[in-house]
Design a protein around this ligand. Structure first.
Ligand code: NCD
Length: 303
């Protein structure tokens, strides 16, 4: 069995805990200590959608572990424009690399790719579907900067199209977190995910207002409205800018609140918040490196 990383639904809490504790061991390497653990290994990055953090933190993780990265580059400069399908592209890249990090606009693409691949597929985001490696780093951030036990968390913003919150919601149910979903009515968490969460015994509340929850949560997880996923630009305009976290709003926050965001942010967090004691989104983006080290080591079976 290959160690594909496709969805948080495939992980038990014990497996996640092992990954988080391995990530902790990798933190010094993420900060620059030399390691050759993945020497001789090659990761291929195959991104059909834009990315800054995910692609670059995978690359950093691989290189700081002594491994190498090959990157497809822009889709326009690859044979994909000649009409090559995903299955063939995956079959070919599997001849070159020891694992493939794939980001694709179509939901289910990573799962489909795993059926054709002879090397592990790491889902780096499949449309509005899942983003499991982001969730691992989100959990790690909570573990390092707050606490996963007795956690009260609000997921804010685009819960309909946001893949980070879909994956995170599944994982939070394994930690019995108290989850409040905050979104405009048009961008609610899909029913199928809520049903799954309830089946796992999670208590999930919903509201449209951050003010309702800001005084009662340990983590405020803010997301961008996913403009590119709206079938109709006019619909996006109706919800653009609905939430904005400001210093004023934070006057009502719990003493130990932390604010997270998978980034990129557009206008949902006022830059003035960056210097407050609440902000953790830039630390969060750093934690992507040790967490992806742990995931790469697992996928490539070196630990
Ligand atoms: C997220 C994504 O691509 O889903 N970004 C990321 O990987 N850090 C969030 C987003 O694009 O809004």
């Amino acid at each position: 069995m290959l160690n594909h990383i496709i969805s948080m639904k495939d992980f038990s809490r014990d497996e996640i805990d092992i990954i988080l504790s391995r990530a902790k061991e990798f933190e010094p390497v993420a900060r620059g200590k030399r390691s050759e653990m993945l020497s001789g290994k090659i990761l291929a990055t195959l991104f059909y959608e834009p990315s800054t953090r995910t692609r670059m933190s995978f690359e950093t993780a691989m290189k700081r572990l002594g491994g190498e990265v090959i990157d497809l580059g822009s889709i326009e400069s690859s044979s994909i424009v000649k009409g090559e399908n995903l299955a063939d592209t995956i079959r070919v890249i599997g001849n070159y690399a020891d694992a493939i990090a794939l980001r694709h606009p179509r939901e289910g693409a990573a799962r489909m790719a795993s059926e054709f691949s002879k090397v592990p597929i790491i889902n780096a985001g499949d449309g509005a579907g899942h983003h499991p490696t982001q969730t691992m780093l989100d959990l790690y951030t909570i573990m390092r900067e707050s606490s996963l036990s007795g956690l009260r968390i609000a997921l804010v913003g685009d819960l309909k199209y946001g893949r980070t919150v879909h994956s995170l919601a599944y994982a939070l149910s394994l930690y019995h977190a108290d989850v409040t979903l905050v979104s405009p009515a048009q961008l609610k968490m899909p029913e199928v995910i809520k049903k799954d969460l309830k089946k796992q015994g999670a208590v999930v509340r919903e509201t449209t207002s951050i003010e309702d929850v800001i005084g009662d949560v340990d983590v405020l997880y803010v997301t961008r409205i996913q403009k590119e996923r709206f079938p109709d630009p006019a619909e996006y305009q109706k919800v653009a800018g609905v939430y904005r976290v400001t210093e004023e709003l934070l006057k009502k926050a719990c003493e130990n609140l932390i604010i997270m965001h998978p980034l990129p942010r557009v206008d949902e967090i006022d830059p003035a918040v960056d210097k407050t004691r609440f902000a953790r989104y830039f630390e969060q983006s750093f934690y992507g490196v040790p967490v992806r080290m742990a995931l790469l080591a697992m996928a490539m079976e070196t630990v």
